[in-house]
Design a protein around this ligand. Sequence first.
Ligand code: OGA
Ligand code: NI
Length: 260
Amino acid sequence: MKGALQAASEFFESSPKSKAKFISPDITKPVRYDCSNDGLSKSRSLLKHYAHPLDEWIHFWPQEPPSYREKMGKYAVEIRRVALDILDAIFQSLGLHQAYIREKLEQGMQFLAVNSYPQSTKPGVTVGLAPHSDYGFITLILPSCPGLEVMEHHTKSWKTVLQPSDAIHVHVGDHLEVLSNGIFRTLVHRAVLHSEKNRVSVASIHGFPMDEKVKSAGELVDEEHPKLYRESSFKDFLDFLLSRRNNNESYIESLRISTI
Ligand code: OGA
Ligand code: NI
C-alpha cells in the first residue's frame, strides 16, 4: 500500500513531458492521463489504466518513476484478491450462484484510477472531484490522507469518511446495484481538497469483462420484485459517457426501468 501511494506521488511529480505522453481524448485507451477540468474533475489530475490481466496491460503503464510498474503492479494484484474475497461474501449474502459469477469475475476487468489533488486553502475552492458514483461492482480506495466524502442515502447529506491509517474504503458501484436488483445501492461520493497537504489516492474498480452484460440476477427477480434495471456492459458505460455531454443524468438513472 505504501509502495502504491509512493509510486502514485512520484508519477505526478515526474516531468510534464513524461506525463504528457499519456494525454489522450480517447477514453477507451488502456492508459490515460488527464489534468483537464471537465466538470467532474474540478481540481484533480488523473492517471487511469487497466490492470487485469496484468501481463496484458503493464507494458503500457508509465516507466517514470522507474519503480512505478513494480510497485503499482504488486498493489493491483493484491487489492484484486481482496476485492474478489469481498465480492464473494457479498454474492453469498445475496444467495447467488457462486460458480457463474466467480467465472465471470476471474475473467473480469480491473482498472486503477490514480488521483492527485492539490492542497488548497482558497475560500470556495474545496471540491477536487465532483459528486459521482463509480461504474463496476465495487471500488477499493487507498488515499494518502482524509478528503473522501460520501452521500448518506436517507438524508442526502455529505458525511466525511474517517481515515484511520492503512485503511481502505470499499464503495458499492452502479453494477452491483443492477446485479442485486436494488438491494445494494450505489454510493455517491466526492473528494474535497486538504488544507495542508497535496493528496493522492488509488481507486481500484472491479467488474465483469468489458463486453459482458450485467443484469439483475434471476434469483432476485420475481413477481413481487420486478426487474428494476436494463442490462448493460462496460462498453455501454463508455458509450453513455460519450453521449452524455449535455445533461446531468447519472449512469444508474439511465438504466432504471420505470415501474409506474
Ligand atoms: C474515483 C474517486 C475518490 C478519492 O477515483 O472514482 O472517487 O478519494 N476517488 O480520490
Ligand atoms: Ni469515484
